[in-house]
Each structure stands twice: as C-alpha cells, then as structure tokens.
Design a protein around this ligand. Structure first.
Ligand code: FES
Ligand SMILES: [Fe+2]
Length: 310
C-alpha cells in the first residue's frame, strides 16, 4: 500500500524552547512553507502569528516591537492586538480597515517547550500534548538542547521508530529487546540494549520512546543516568526540516557534574543524529520497500503516520 505524504501532516510541532524567549523577544519562524513570528508578550504569554503585515507586507519578526502582548510592525507602526486585529494606525484618524488583522496560530507553552498546532485545513487540535514529569519540577533540570537543519522529510525520521536493524551498523548499539506499539496518535518503541558511545564507555540502557503525533518523540531513558529526551522535527518545507533535541536529567547533588553529563549527552545525541543524517540526506524513499522477515513493522508505521494526512 502506498500512501500520499505530500503537503504536511496535522499535529503539534515543537518550534522552540522556552528559554529562547525572554519577555518581548520576537523571532522569525519559517515552517510548513510559511513565514511566521513567535514572540513573548510582556505578560509572559507566547504568541505565534503570521509573519507578514497585512498592510504592505513587512516582516514583524524583523524589527517589530512588543508592547504589552501586542506587536507593532516596524514599517508604518500598525499595532496588532494579541488576538490578531489591528488596533492602532498612528498616522490615520479614520476607522481602521475591518480586515486588518494578523492571522493567529494555536500554540502552547508546556514542559519548557513551545508547541505549534498545524492542520492543513486550519482545524483545531484533535489530540493533546502530554505534560511531562519535568514540567515545572525542581526534580528535573532544565533542558539542554540543540538544533540541526536537515535536508530530508519527516517520514524518514519517523521510520527510526521501527528500524531495529540500523542500530548496530549506524549507531554501534546492540539491541536485546525491541518492541513497537501503535495506539491512536502514539507510536511507541521499547528498546533495551547496550550502547558503545563514540567517546568511549559502555551504557546498558532501557528506553521507552513515544511519538505523540507526527512531530515529536519523548523518550524516557534508564541507563547510566535517568533522563528524559525530546526529539522533535518540524518541516520548514517539504524538503527541509529542523530537528530539535534536548535532554533533561534528574537533579542531584553535584550540579557541575550533571551539567557535564548533560553536555556529554547532547554531544552523543548530536553524533548519533549525524550518523542518521548521512543516510537521510542521501537516501531515496521506497514506496514499496523490499523487506525481510527481521525488519520491523515499517508498513504498520506508515499506516500510523498516514492518519495525520488529510
Ligand atoms: S507594512 Fe506593516 S505597518 Fe505598513
Ligand atoms: Fe537512528
């Protein structure tokens, strides 16, 4: 069975980490083939809006000012309220044109991350984003995170969920137990094995990695350390995506040591992703792959992924 994965799937997508936005920070975003802005209002609220002003098209992320939770366009200073409409044109004493508004995008800030809801037809969310144990908990350290831009499609990254056979050749990881489950919007991988990090050492690990929709995966990893990992990919266009990843460790007695571990973790993840990237950026997509009896349930996974497409 071949699926049509053209366009973009619906779902919650991570477009940043909370610590990237102080009060009044405005950033340009480009996702799903569109220019957007994300900013933090003075109340602390995160807002995601269309990037270009409806007036003459300036980008609000290139010099726009946040006042309260409103944003002011840098070009002619039209002011847009947090809920979208233009509320002030400083050089015009006539009524503001009725259609003058910035399109609003549904977002959430949760677990130290910023989530954007995308739906190709503009419908609202039909599934939820879970609250993680790390959410506002002093027991867990803030995310240590990083981002890569990759020339590939989300469907390639998703296939890692079931691709048991690539762990040894690509990641030098020995797998003892590998299981998958698909439940509504969740795709789960349970994986137990031994990793031989490139920097040396041996790590016996056990992890449960869960995709909550097509955009991000949360892993709980028990090994040398207890950690929560996030792996999120958000499509810039149909050929390119941002891969964000982060690690949160349980707080302990020696913060300097943990900081060091977290950094080593991120370095290891980065190395791991580079191992995959080298494949992703050069492979072709086989609609009808030639599979053997020991491959994971790749076609089941594709069926799961297809539910997010219109
Ligand atoms: S382009 Fe934004 S105010 Fe004119
Ligand atoms: Fe991989």
């Amino acid at each position: 069975m071949a699926y049509d994965f053209s366009g973009y799937p619906r779902g919650w997508f991570i477009v940043g980490f909370s610590d990237e936005y102080g009060p009044g920070t405005v950033r340009k975003l480009r996702y799903f083939g569109q220019d957007l802005i994300c900013y933090r209002g003075e109340s602390g609220r995160i807002l995601i809006r269309d990037g270009h002003c409806p007036h003459l098209g300036a980008h609000l992320g290139a010099g726009g000012d946040v006042v309260g939770d409103d944003i002011i366009c840098p070009f002619h200073r039209w002011r847009f309220a947090a809920d979208g409409p233009c509320v002030e044109i400083p050089y015009c004493d006539q009524p503001i044109p009725k259609r003058a508004a910035l399109k609003t995008w549904e977002s959430r800030e949760l677990n130290g991350m910023i989530y954007l809801w995308y739906h190709p037809e503009g419908d609202g969310p039909d599934f939820d984003t879970p609250i993680l144990p790390i959410h506002e908990s002093a027991q867990w350290l803030p995310w240590k995170h990083s981002m890569l831009e990759i020339k590939t499609h989300s469907k390639e990254i998703i296939e890692n969920v079931v691709d048991r056979a690539h762990f040894s050749p690509i990641h030098n990881t020995h797998i003892d137990v590998f299981e998958n489950a698909f439940e509504a919007e969740r795709a789960i991988q349970f994986n137990k094995g031994t990793a031989y990090p490139r920097g040396g050492g041996v790590d016996h690990f056990e992890l449960t990695a869960t995709y909550y929709g097509p955009g991000y995966q949360i892993s709980e990893m028990k090994g040398f350390l207890h950690s929560i990992l996030v792996n999120a990919h958000t499509m810039i266009d149909e050929q390119t995506l941002h891969l964000r990843f982060g690690v949160s460790l349980q707080a302990g007695e020696d913060p300097a040591k943990l900081e060091q571990y977290a950094q080593a973790y991120i370095d290891n993840l980065t190395t791991g992703f580079h191992e995959d990237i080298q494949i992703w950026e050069n492979k072709t997509y086989r609609e009808h792959p030639l599979l053997c009896a020991s491959d994971g349930p790749i076609m089941k996974l594709r069926k799961w992924y297809a539910q997010f497409y219109a």
